[in-house]
Write a new protein. Structure first.
Length: 317
């Protein structure tokens, strides 16, 4: 048995002692909800109260977040949480054994962590790994959900795992998300196509370009024939397809797809959006590879202007 794992045999003296010391029946309903959500996160990991106030808030209101922070402080005073704020793995196990958290309980955390993953795209690898650790801890307790929100979390975990170079792990998350999306009426074609596209990216980063293209092409076909598909998602697939042809030194076809992506991004996102800047930069790269340096410089300068607009002229990048 791992060092921190508790044996929850009802005849076990340690278990009986822990139940007496940490008697969850003495907590208020809100204290029970908060400590149960804590038990789903990675133990012994310090998290700022202000962040937890947002993560545990079902209403997304500042006043409710403030009340949650007060409850967290109460739990610290009662000894359920450590200063910092974190939960000991043994206490987490006691809480999970008594509360039996399910999808309904965890949904607020699933939605919150999905938003957090979405907002950490430009964060450090260390920050991404810490957040992924919390998500993995949550997934251990919520294993059989089929709701769209659960698929959204898996998809974002896959996306961030690509950023941290865990390509096989990423593919596992994304494939599971795709399976749920296909069974869920709330999901749309863009969600399914995005999963297919990201699976392609895992192959691309592992150097299997032809396999990656199969997925990019399938995603493109799904999005092109569905009127309700998000145009920005189609632009993203066009961009990945352009990248594939550039890797294959098929610069003419690469430009065709990059330019398709650029047109959509300029129309939908605007000329000063980071994704539009990415298109300018990659078109410049293709022209550079073709030896058309003046044309390449024109697009590189456009990309630079977007970067200045987004980051500011004094940004280190």
């Amino acid at each position: 048995m791992p060092e921190n794992e508790v044996n929850f045999d009802s005849n076990n003296n340690m278990y009986s002692h822990l139940l007496k010391v940490f008697d969850i029946s003495k907590l208020t309903d809100e204290q029970k909800r908060i400590i149960t959500l804590f038990s789903l996160l990675t133990p012994n990991t310090t998290i700022k109260n202000i962040k937890l106030g947002k993560w545990f808030d079902e209403t997304d209101s500042k006043s409710k977040s403030g009340k949650i922070i007060n409850v967290i402080n109460e739990l610290i005073e009662l000894g359920w949480l450590a200063e910092g704020t974190s939960i000991h793995p043994v206490i987490a196990d006691v809480v999970k054994e008594k509360q039996k958290p399910d999808y309904t309980t965890a949904k607020v955390l699933i939605v919150s962590l999905t938003k957090e993953l979405e907002g950490i795209k430009d964060g450090s690898v260390q920050d991404k790994n810490v957040l992924l650790s919390h998500c993995k801890s949550l997934l251990k307790e919520v294993t059989d959900a089929t709701e769209k929100e659960y698929a959204d979390l898996l998809e974002k975990m896959g996306e961030i795992s690509i950023d941290t170079a865990e390509y096989e792990t990423a593919r596992g998350y994304i494939e599971k998300a795709e399976e749920i999306y296909k069974q869920n009426e709330e999901a749309n074609y863009s969600s399914i196509a995005k999963c297919i596209q990201y699976i392609g990216r895992t192959y691309a980063w592992m150097g299997d370009y032809d396999k990656a293209f199969e997925y990019f092409d399938n995603a493109r076909k799904i999005l092109e024939v569905n009127e309700k598909a998000e145009q920005k998602d189609l632009a993203s697939v066009y961009h990945d397809t352009g990248w594939f042809y550039n890797q294959k030194s098929n610069y003419k076809t690469s430009l065709e797809y990059y330019e398709k992506a650029l047109k959509i991004r300029e129309d939908v996102l605007g000329e000063k959006h980071p994704d539009t800047g990415q298109s300018y930069n990659n078109i410049g790269l293709v022209y550079h590879n073709m030896g058309e340096y003046a044309k390449a410089l024109e697009y590189y300068n456009k990309a630079l202007e977007v970067e200045k607009e987004v980051l500011g002229e004094n940004h280190p990048d």
